[in-house]
Design a binder for this molecule. Structure first.
Ligand code: MRU
Length: 365
């Protein structure tokens, strides 16, 4: 996608192939800066400190982390420890495990002398595939927006939570890809962006990238969605997911479940967009089976923002001494999900729906 008319991916090797550049998302929306990853530890810290975030981008960064490690030491022991180190960075997004498994399997039968080059190419392939999958999610998902526009003859209002845009992937995004593609095709679309406390991925990231692409949007506090839905101001919700079970439950940023409940109560369609790398075929019950990341209480008690003089500041917003808890994700049961939007098309949020699009999984199911 474009910033000031120039196309960027969120992650890419340098032209010299001596490092990996990522957009430092902790600096957005006030400053657009890149971070250079040269060692595996840079990649691990970039993921755990959320310089990069979003399920697909976490997977892509982990893949490059393995590749960087293979340049330093391509032994079996080094490969195993790289997978362990990167796998411990964030627990909920299954793309991390998916990418590390793919890298390991690819490198397992390659001679150590060739591993660095093979790993670099595989990480690059993971990125290219993610771009194409996200593009296709947009192609399928924009039909939902277009159909609604034809039904009503007016601007389609979409509510989204967190950031599942291009900043969360390599390009295009998942939940925002249908919105970009509908907008680019001339369909009038407006987005209600949940601010998404505690880290404000909606206010800081989704609003930033929608604005940079010229998509009309309005930032709302997390608690406003139910009210807007009750008053007929939301045509549909589209969100991303960090892990989708084989039965269609979805783990996404904390607060997604409440939006799905409000959508159900108000008859508003609730769509979840995902590349297949986000499906965890080994889990049936998302509420009991998906590990939910607990992050630092400081993300709740403190906020980062820009002062009127332009300087960046971190301020405390909770009564000093009050404890805070910070579960980073929640699980929306499949019964609240109208449909899943994948790179292969749109399906029911059920085992049969998913297997209809991914029949190669039937044997394992
Ligand atoms: O904690 P984050 O910012 O990594 O959480 C991101 C989300 O919850 C996204 O909605 C999800 O990863 C889907 S991204 C395409």
């Amino acid at each position: 996608m474009k910033i000031d008319g120039r196309h960027y991916r969120t992650i890419a090797p340098t032209p010299e192939d001596d490092a990996v550049l990522v957009i430092d998302q902790t600096k957005l929306p006030f400053s657009f800066e890149f971070m250079r990853l040269t060692r595996i530890e840079d990649a691990a810290v970039a993921i755990s400190a959320m310089h990069v975030r979003g399920a697909p981008l976490i997977g892509a960064t982990a893949a490059y982390g393995v590749a960087l490690r293979m340049r330093d030491d391509a032994s079996d022991a080094s490969l195993a420890s790289a997978v362990e180190r990167l796998g411990a960075t964030r627990p909920t997004a299954v793309n991390l495990r998916w990418a590390l498994t793919r890298m390991s399997e690819k490198l397992h039968n390659v001679a150590p002398a060739d591993r660095a080059a093979v790993a670099w190419n595989e990480a690059s392939a993971i990125c290219d595939e993610d771009v194409e999958q996200c593009r296709l999610i947009g192609v399928h998902g924009r039909e939902l927006i277009t159909r609604r526009w034809r039904e009503t003859g007016r601007t389609v209002n979409v509510l989204t939570h967190c950031n599942a845009g291009w900043l969360a992937t390599v390009d295009w995004g998942t939940a925002l890809s249908p919105i970009y593609q509908a907008h680019d095709a001339g369909v009038p679309v407006h987005v209600f962006v949940d601010e998404t406390r505690p880290r404000n991925q909606g206010a800081a990231l989704s609003a930033y990238e929608l604005g940079a692409h010229g998509v009309p949007h309005t930032v709302i506090v997390d608690n406003a969605g139910g009210h807007l839905m009750q008053h007929g101001l939301v045509d549909m919700c589209i969100v991303g997911t960090d892990r989708t079970t084989a039965t269609g439950d979805v783990a996404n940023k904390i607060g997604t479940y409440l939006k799905a409940l409000a959508a159900k109560d108000n008859g508003v369609p609730f769509y979840v967009a995902l590349p297949s790398s986000t499906i965890d075929w080994s889990i049936e019950d998302g509420v009991r089976g998906i590990e939910i990341e607990e992050r630092s209480a400081r993300e709740v008690t403190h906020l980062m923002g820009r002062r009127e003089d332009g300087s960046i500041a971190t301020i405390e917003v909770v009564a000093p001494g009050s404890p805070a808890a910070n579960p980073a994700f929640d699980v929306t049961p499949s019964r609240l999900v109208t449909a899943l939007i994948t790179e292969r098309g749109i399906c029911d949020a059920t085992r049969e729906g998913l297997l209809g699009l991914f029949p190669e999984r039937r044997a394992a199911a």
